[in-house]
Ligand binder design. Sequence first.
Ligand SMILES: Cc1cc2nc3c(=O)[nH]c(=O)nc-3n(C[C@H](O)[C@H](O)[C@H](O)COP(=O)(O)OP(=O)(O)OC[C@H]3O[C@@H](n4cnc5c(N)ncnc54)[C@H](O)[C@@H]3O)c2cc1C
Ligand code: SF4
Ligand code: SF4
Length: 435
Amino acid sequence: MNQPQNIKYVVKNGLCIGCGVCKTACPHKAIKMIYNDDNGMIFPIIDEKICNGCRICLDVCYGFKVDHELNLRIFHDLPNSIIGNYTEAYIGFTTDQALRFNSTSGGVTTALLIHALEEKLIDGAIVTKMEASNPPRAKAFIATTTKEILSATGSKYCPVSLAECLEAVENDKRYAVVGLPCHIYGIRKLVEFSPKIRNSIRLYLGILCGGMPSYLGTQYLLKAYGMEKQHIKRLEYRGGGWPGRLFIQSESSCQQKEISISYPEYWQGTFGYFFPYRCTVCHDGFNEFSDISCGDAWLPHIMEKDKEGTSLIITRTKIGEHLVQTAFQKGYIHITPIESQDIIQSQRGLVQSKNLTLRARINLSKIIRRTLPTFDLSRTPPANLTSYMSAIELYIGNAMASRKSLWWLFDTYISSIRTIGHFISRFKRHESHRI
Ligand SMILES: Cc1cc2nc3c(=O)[nH]c(=O)nc-3n(C[C@H](O)[C@H](O)[C@H](O)COP(=O)(O)OP(=O)(O)OC[C@H]3O[C@@H](n4cnc5c(N)ncnc54)[C@H](O)[C@@H]3O)c2cc1C
Ligand code: SF4
Ligand code: SF4
């Protein structure tokens, strides 16, 4: 097979997640990012007349290939666990009560950015907020004040291109960036080609990622809850305590409406079917190339009593550990050290999807001749029958969810899956009583 010349190959094979790093990387400015409402994704288009096949776009693209030796260049070691290279781990939360309540988990990501800005360690931060004039859409921007950083609090479960921000950074200024594992990987690779990015991006704050639904996920929820896209005034995927809720406010000439649905209720059984193909074959849930990774502290003793939110914090570099320690000493965050097994325990779902069941989806993709990204699978355990069944179930649901014309069938599909799920759990309970 001929070597792919540019990221057209990535898009054609469904491996693009719309991070936008290739656009910034292209030295010939041959790439534009566009939004496609039919599949709810942002993706690059290439001007073939300008592209000279230098392949730099492919070099930085997480969708195409993961260069695991990047670990050696950043951490001087290959990771020996599924968490990636790390120095310390904590659970914690911001000391700002309002932020803790409005953030996704414990608000540590936002608190660390505010600390870095107020201590003049950075001049700005690349963060993502909902578009004020078009709330179902999210947009990355460069925040240069505490107020702007606070406006970006909260997870956006949709694709986000960082291209515009990466192009807007100034050579003599220092920035932090917040991103998903694929964003952070792409920027770490971009540093190897762009002196400007190398000089200016000083801090990588990664958020854990079990998968990113396309905008079709949000559109499907709007339809399910009887909300019209053009009437949406406010949309928040998390916040309002922990684990939080989806909050949507709509306003038309004849009606005002608000809905609030708990995070577990809208995610489980629906949202996961809207992942683009690349997310279904992604191995990095812990954001292993970041300086600090933050996620939800899904630990039983925390979940039992915490209604405000607690973050899981993994530090990976000296810069990351130093920032967490100084933020703690200066009173921005509260932290408690935890062990590596607590990280795994708090992220059972993530470990399940990004490690334990990944091989089945990879094998199934090979069988149906889908193109796979190149990455090291040596830490991925073999597939078993249950993981094959869940992979088949996911891809069937995914095929329906990704075509708006099949949503009527998808409705029936997910309600059948839920019924079967209830039946299986009742059966299991019954069997355990007999024991
Ligand atoms: C698609 C997605 C999947 C996730 N999956 C998991 C998971 O499986 N397990 C888990 O523990 N945590 C997951 N998270 C992370 C979790 O939702 C929180 O983002 C994380 O715990 C940080 O919380 P916080 O309170 O510290 O962040 P906050 O203080 O609320 O700040 C969140 C920061 O994330 C940035 N951000 C939000 N959405 C995006 C986005 N789409 N792209 C780039 N930057 C963004 C914002 O700009 C903001 O700076 C996921 C997040 C996303 C967006
Ligand atoms: S770099 Fe990002 S936007 Fe570009 S092709 Fe790869 S995944 Fe898509
Ligand atoms: S699952 Fe992987 S590819 Fe998908 S958004 Fe998360 S990190 Fe990126």
